[in-house]
Design a binder for this molecule. Structure first.
Ligand SMILES: [Zn+2]
Length: 231
């Protein structure tokens, strides 16, 4: 609530600048300038042909298909966008990206009417309280809207408040915590095609962990999508 009010005040007081390059936005430009919009590194991956995101998960988990909207790089527009989305209360960036990618996936055919439920990778409740929102939520909600699926954020639950431990790498990151994610209701996902959504896929460890948990539901197919992937 307070976060929302502060957001409103902030958006009135702050000059409208591009989240990608800090240039002043012209009238009609939203969130990012036309140059950055044209420069956004779209992957062109969809849920049709096999792509490098699928290959991240080969031999690790049984998923139907994976895809990402953008390429992530350490010093680029995508990093700026996701940084603002995650740490600067700019939730509308997720809406913007979700509308864009949702439209791409919808126009693409293959996934249309294939997905029943869209689930964001959850935050622990303490982290959610602190940040005020799950940074994946608005992106996932817009995908759900365009793909005619149900957005569900209370079935997959994170049980511990793990810190970001980038130095530890794929194995150390969550191996020592059993059941880091659980299903609050096994039957709610029965016979469903579930699209699991996250912000950035790096090693794929988080997605792998969550997808394994989703697969515990009876006869569930798991798809994976993210805003960005580290190429
Ligand atoms: Zn820009």
């Amino acid at each position: 609530m307070l976060t929302n009010i502060l957001n409103d005040i902030n958006s009135i007081l702050a000059p409208r600048v591009c989240f990608g390059c800090n240039a002043h936005l012209n009238r009609g430009e939203k969130l990012i300038c036309t140059t950055c919009r044209n420069d956004l590194p779209l992957t062109d991956y969809t849920f049709n042909d096999e792509n490098p995101v699928d290959r991240i998960f080969y031999g690790r988990i049984n998923i139907k298909k994976a895809s990402s909207m953008l390429y992530f790089s350490e010093n680029g527009i995508v990093r700026e966008l996701i940084h603002h989305l995650k740490y600067k209360n700019q939730e509308q960036i997720g809406t913007f990206l979700g509308d864009w990618y949702g439209q791409i996936l919808k126009d693409n055919g293959e996934l249309k009417n294939a997905i029943d439920v869209i689930i964001p990778v959850p935050l622990h409740k303490k982290k959610l309280r602190k940040r005020g929102y799950n940074q994946v939520a608005s992106f996932a909600e817009r995908l759900a809207f365009h793909l005619n699926a149900e957005y569900v954020d209370n079935i997959l639950v994170k049980t511990a408040n793990t810190k970001t431990q980038t130095k530890k790498g794929r194995i150390g990151r969550w191996q020592n915590i059993k059941d880091l994610y659980i299903l609050s209701d096994h039957n709610a996902l029965r016979n469903k095609n579930v699209l699991l959504v996250d912000d950035v896929i790096t090693t794929g460890a988080t997605m792998e962990n969550c997808a394994k948990v989703l697969s515990q539901a009876p006869n569930t197919n798991v798809y994976i999508a993210s805003m960005a992937v580290v190429p």
